[in-house]
Design a binder for this molecule. Structure first.
Ligand SMILES: [Mn+2]
Length: 349
């Protein structure tokens, strides 16, 4: 299937078609990130710009699953709906645009609804793989750093502007959001000359990059930083610093009044240690229904010598994920879970 995951239309054709549609729904993967929110917002704003109707907007975004903490501040009054796990979307749009994914696994909640409507659906994506039957037409550019890099050009065409520098500032801001977050604010290896040129055009269009950074990245709760302090204070390293183990007990969470969701991304801090190749983050969970202890482990590996396939390790404990990022729930007290996982990491390749 994946060999058919290729562009079969043009941005010009999609832009021309979008300009003629009365009602447009823009979808993205569940648990949307900065690129998903940015690319949906940019298209919704661009389409509504050409047909401004206060009562019934021409375009709206549909989101599924939990939203990142900055979502409300970047979406503001742009038409958007958020469907939680079970609810089904309704309505009959003339056009459906799917951005930053084309995989059914990431469109689970909308699959049943979307299935019979793929003839009026287009995908704009920058991932290497996807399901060709998620939309009849698609523009797939794996060389693009972010879906927003492609979407910026699409919005330029929809709005019939000569340059991305001429985009309305709210459209440019949404595009910049996705580009900045998908490149790690222009640090990751996908920071290409092309994406920097697009970002430069968006700044010329009036984007306030420093303000966007503050709104998106500087959102931590005090409890989360205190919890991070606990995790780092208790960090242990093994095998000449190759493995770093972090642990948080339920007591840690309650002491600093933190919630389970506050511990996300802690592995990144341990990964900044030069010698560290693999980080295992252990979180003591609620006991299971029979009262047995449960420990959640989240594994991160660097893609360099000494790194391991953490997906394989997680699978040994009934979990899984990706080669460099995976996790599992282990039915054991936290100390035993640490011992078992360390042993598995030492035996892994
Ligand atoms: Mn993306």
């Amino acid at each position: 299937m994946t060999d058919r995951w290729q562009t079969n239309t043009s941005l010009e054709a999609i832009a021309g078609w979008l300009r003629q549609q009365r009602r447009v729904v823009v979808l993205t993967h569940s648990k949307p990130d900065g690129d998903a929110i940015g690319s949906t917002m940019a298209i919704v704003r661009a389409v509504n710009q050409i047909r401004p109707s206060k009562d019934t907007p021409a375009a709206e975004a549909w989101y599924f699953g939990p939203m990142p903490p900055f979502a409300e501040k970047v979406i503001r009054d742009t038409p958007a709906r958020n469907f939680q796990q079970q609810s089904h979307p309704g309505g009959e749009p003339d056009a459906i645009v799917i951005v930053d994914t084309g995989s059914w696994s990431q469109l689970e909640q909308v699959r049943e609804w979307l299935g019979p409507r793929i003839a009026r659906a287009v995908v704009i994506d920058h991932h290497r793989h996807g399901d060709p039957d998620s939309a009849e037409r698609r523009v797939v550019s794996p060389e693009a750093s972010a879906a927003c890099q492609i979407v910026a050009d699409l919005c330029r065409l929809v709005l019939q502007r000569a340059s991305m520098r001429d985009l309305p500032v709210d459209v440019a801001e949404a595009c910049y959001l996705g580009i900045a977050t998908d490149t790690g604010w222009f640090r990751h290896s996908n920071t290409t000359a092309d994406v920097l040129r697009v970002a430069a055009d968006l700044l010329d269009a009036g984007v306030n990059a420093a303000e966007l950074y503050r709104v998106v990245e500087q959102t931590d709760r005090e409890a989360r930083i205190r919890l991070l302090g606990r995790a780092l204070t208790g960090m242990q390293v093994f095998d000449n610093g190759r493995f770093a183990l972090l642990s948080l007990t339920r007591q840690d969470f309650s002491d600093v009044r933190a919630e389970q969701g506050d511990a996300g991304g802690f592995a990144d801090y341990a990964q900044t240690i030069e010698t560290v190749r693999v980080v295992a983050m252990f979180t003591e969970s609620e006991p299971d229904e029979r009262g047995r202890p449960v420990t959640k482990v989240s594994l991160r590996s660097k893609d360099t010598e000494g790194g391991v396939d953490v997906n394989q390790v997680a699978r040994q404990f009934g979990g899984g994920g990706h080669i460099r990022a995976a996790g599992a729930r282990i039915q054991a007290p936290i100390d035993e879970a640490r011992r078992l996982v360390l042993e598995a990491l030492r035996n892994a390749r």
